[in-house]
Write a protein that binds this ligand. Sequence first.
Ligand code: AMP
Length: 282
Amino acid sequence: MIQNFTTVRTVSELRQVIGEWRRAGLSVGLVPTMGALHEGHFSLVDRSVMENDRTCVSLFVNPKQFSPTEDFDLYPRNEAADAQALQCRGANVLFAPLVEEMYPADAATSVSVPGLGDVLEGEFRDGFFTGVATVVSKLLIQSMADRAYFGDKDYQQLRVIRRLTADLNIPVQIIGCPIIREEDGLALSSRNAYLTTEERAIAPALYTVLLKMVAAIQSGADSASAVQDGTQHLLSVGFMKVDYLAVVDPETLLPLSSATGPCRVLGAAWLGKTRLIDNVGV
Ligand code: AMP
C-alpha cells in the first residue's frame, strides 16, 4: 500500500499537516523513534496504521538522552531507507527535525520523572530519562496525536512516559507494544548493528537468562539468588559486565524479594562495547 507520504522538519510544518487532518476529523497515531528502523519499530507503525486514520513517525536522535561517553555520534542513521520503508508500511508523515529545531539555543525547560526515572537504567545512565521525558513530552505536544506507540523493549521508558502523560495531562493514549525478537530470542535493537559476529552469537543469552530467572522465581527461588545465578551465567558466556538484573514491581519498578504476584524481570549487560537491555513480564 503506497500512501501519500511526506517528510517535514519543522514543528510548524508538522502542525500544519496534522492540523489539517484533525480539522477533517481524522485520528492521528504517533510513533517516536531514533531511526535505523527495524521490525521492532515497524510493529509499532503497523499497529498505529491499523488503529488510526493517519500515522506520524518521528525520527530524532535525541542528544539530551546520550551522556558525553555514549554513542551519539556513532548511532546508526539512515533516513532515506527509513523514509522509504515507512511509506511502504503505510505511514503518512515523517517528522525528522534538526537538533536546533527541537532545542533552540535559548530553550531552558526540561521534564524529569524522579523515582521511576532514577532506578535501573537511571542509575547507570545519568540524565537519560530527563532527556527521554523532555523529548517525548515535546513530541506529544507538537504532534497533538490521539495515540502514541512505544515498545515494551524499553519497559522503564514506557512506565516513565505513562507517568509524565498523566502528570502533565497530555491528552494522548499511550499504547505499549510487545517486544519483537530474532528467531534466537535476541530483542531487535538498532544497537545490535554494533555486535561482532562472535558477540552476536552470545547476545541471545541475555534473554535466556531472563527466562531462567522467571522460571526460578516462579518455582519459589528468591530474587537475590536468581539475580546472582543470572549474573554468573552472563559473565561465564562472555558478557563483560552486568549493569543490573532485577526483579521489580511492574508499576513502581521497586525491587521485589520474591514473586508472589505480577513482576517484571529486567536486565542490562555489556557485550564488548555494546550495551544490551531486555525484559520479560511475569
Ligand atoms: P528507539 O528508536 O530505539 O528509540 O525505539 C523507538 C521505539 O521502538 C521505542 O518505543 C522502542 O521501545 C521501540 N522498539 C525498539 N526495539 C523494539 C523491539 N525489538 N520490539 C518492540 N519495540 C521496539
